[in-house]
Every structure is written in C-alpha cells, then in structure tokens.
Design a protein around this ligand. Structure first.
Ligand code: PLP
Length: 357
C-alpha cells in the first residue's frame, strides 16, 4: 500500500493532550553497578526465583487469571485487609494510572508534591487532566495545606517521598483525606523501609487509596506487580479501569511465592537496607555532603553539578540518578542502598568524579 499524500499526519490525528508527552527516558544504559532505580540490590527472593524457574512450561500458553485473585488474597493477608479491599496491576504505575483514569474526568485537576514521583504529571497528561505541582516545605515535607488549597479532584501524596526520602506523618495524611473533597492517593512504594504506612488502614479512610509495589522491597521489578488497598467500593472502580489480565501468570505465581514463603528473606533485607542507608548517610556526611534524612532505600545527596558527576561516574561503571535544579534542593544525586561492597564502589566513583568535574 502506498502512503497517501494529503490528509492529517499521525501527530495531527493523535489526542491533543498527547502531543507534549515525551517518552520516559532516564539513562538506563547498562552499568556494572546500578544504584539508580531503588530496586532490591540483594536480588530475587529465593522461593520466588525457584517458582519462576519451574513455572514457565505449565502456565505460559494460557491466559493468566482475570484479576489475579490468588495474589490479591495473599496481599490482603500480608497487609491485614480483606481481598475485596485490594486491587493489583502491572506494576504500581499501572495502578496509579488506572486510579487517575477511574476518578477524574479530562480537564479535572490533580495536585502532586514537587519534587516527587516523575510519572505523576505524565499519567495526568495521558488522561487529559490538568496538574498542579505543589512545592515541598523548607524541611522537605509535603505541604498539606497547599495541597488542600488547590481543591484538586485527586491529591497525590508519596511517603516516603521519591526522590527526597522524606516521610509524611500518618496524621497529616489522615487530615488531607478528611479535609479534601476528592480522591487521595498515597504512594507507599517505599513504606517497608519506613516501617510504617497506611495500607492497612486505607479501607477505613473511605477516600484513600494506598498504592504499593513488589518492585522495591520484594525484588520483583522485572515482573511488574503493583497493588493498592482502599475501601471495597473504591478499589472496585480502579479494577474496572485496570481491566482484566494485567498481571502475567509468571508474575502472579512468583508474587504469591514471595508473599507466602519469602517474607523472612524480604524482612531481613529491609532491615539491612535501613542499616546501610544510615551508614551511607553517615559516610557521606563525613565527606562533607548533606544527604537528606531518608526513610526509604535510597539517599538524596545535594551536589554541585549532578549531570556532570553522574556522567563521570557512569564512565567508571556506576549508575546513579541525577536530578537538576530541584526546587529548594538544587542539583542532587539519588543513590539506592545495597550491599556495602557496592556502596563502597559508589563512594569511590563519586570521589573520583568530584576530582574531575
Ligand atoms: C518505583 C516507584 C513506583 C513504581 O513502581 P512499579 O510498581 O515498578 O511500577 C511508584 N511510585 C514510586 C514513588 C516509585 O518510586
């Protein structure tokens, strides 16, 4: 078939709200040491790995379960809620996107803290929403009053917040739920490292959706398993928007195995990550840096020129995540916490990069 001349271009045919969107493109080129994405640097939980090795032949030719009900029940017991109060998805990204689509009409407003998770304004645009970035307060905490003052249909909160690592007190989240008129999404991707969260309480808070993931503490980022808890009626709307077959058979099997048989492994590595996060922060302070206090499995370190330092570190085989001109913070590097041998290599690369930049 020949291309017709004339007629609208693909770009003209696309939804207007898609035109300004560019693909998510952090530098993901392979590096010998990658501490750029806050995944579990100790690896895959052992029973989940064993399950994956054995499962492929028996499950791959058939469709997965519609709404991952077994996984949903296992998550419900892990969090301490009932299965009707859980929705899963293809990574928590999918759960966030589905929730935004389910609870806001095109043109509605979503408020999110700045800086926070980079995907939120992208999901907002993809769903035709307007978004408003609300700066953090001087102590890097989320400004609950300013978030409420937007009157947004959806308020997005993140605790511990990515990329700052800052936690938001549970009482402050409850107040936002009480005083806002819309849906409140609390992203708890790193809650395990803070040792606290509202996922268990979310169903009682009627308009709160607490979103979690198996990509970070559970070491299963490549399988894309996310979930949220909330009141059953709220979760049911997200389920409609998410649609069927979103969690693959292999992901469901491995996720189940991790929840049923790997919890001790997961908890041990959470404790280790917390211990080494404090050791890394102390080491950075002794070298003259002022890392932000973190409740997650990463540390944000203000630096002079993040892009140049990160590029030089990458040439030494170490990938960190650079941020430029963050409000209140300026340039900074985000470093995921992993085994100390890895963090020593990161510290050495940082020192060498500082010499050259
Ligand atoms: C990593 C991350 C996610 C995405 O997790 P997936 O489940 O892998 O999609 C969501 N929110 C925050 C704040 C994150 O840092």
């Amino acid at each position: 078939m020949s291309k017709s001349a004339g007629g609208p271009s693909a770009l003209e045919l696309a939804r207007a709200c898609y035109r300004p969107i560019s693909l998510y493109a952090p530098d993901r080129a392979p590096a010998e040491i990658d501490v750029s994405d806050n995944t579990n640097l100790w690896g895959v939980p052992p029973v989940a790995l064993e399950t994956l090795r054995g499962a492929a032949e028996s499950v791959v030719t058939r469709y997965p379960s519609l709404y991952a009900d077994k996984l949903r029940s296992a998550i419900a017991s892990y969090i301490g809620v009932s299965a009707t109060e859980v929705v899963t998805g293809c990574g928590s990204d999918d759960v966030l996107d589905s929730a935004i689509r389910a609870f806001a009409e095109p043109g509605d407003l979503i408020a999110y803290p700045d800086p926070s998770f980079a995907m939120i304004p992208i999901f907002a645009s993809m769903n035709g929403l307007r978004s408003v970035a609300v700066p953090l307060r001087a102590d890097h905490s989320i400004d609950a009053d300013a978030m409420l003052a937007t009157g947004a249909r959806i308020v997005y909160l993140c605790s511990p917040n990515n990329p700052t690592g800052t936690r938001m007190a549970a009482e402050a989240v409850r107040r936002v739920v009480r005083e806002s008129n819309g849906l409140v999404i609390l992203d708890e991707a790193y809650a395990e490292f803070a040792g606290e969260g509202l996922a268990g309480e979310a169903p009682q808070l009627s308009r709160l959706l607490a979103v979690r993931t198996m990509s970070k503490a559970f070491g299963l980022a490549g399988l894309r398993i996310g979930y949220a808890t909330g009141a059953a009626e709220l979760v049911a709307e997200v389920e409609k928007s998410r649609g069927p077959y979103k969690v693959s058979s292999l992901a469901e099997r491995a996720g189940l195995a991790a929840l049923e048989s790997d919890i001790d492994w997961v908890n041990e590595h959470i404790a280790l990550a917390v211990e080494l996060r404090e050791r890394l922060s102390a080491e950075l302070r002794s070298r003259g840096y002022a890392p932000l206090p973190s409740a997650a499995n990463f540390v944000l370190v203000p630096v002079g020129n993040a892009a140049a330092l990160a590029a030089h570190m990458r040439s030494l085989g170490v990938a960190v995540r650079p941020f430029s001109k963050l409000p209140l913070i300026g340039d900074a590097l985000r470093i995921s916490v992993g085994p100390w041998e890895i963090l020593e290599r990161v510290l050495a690369a940082l020192a060498e990069a500082e010499e050259c930049v």
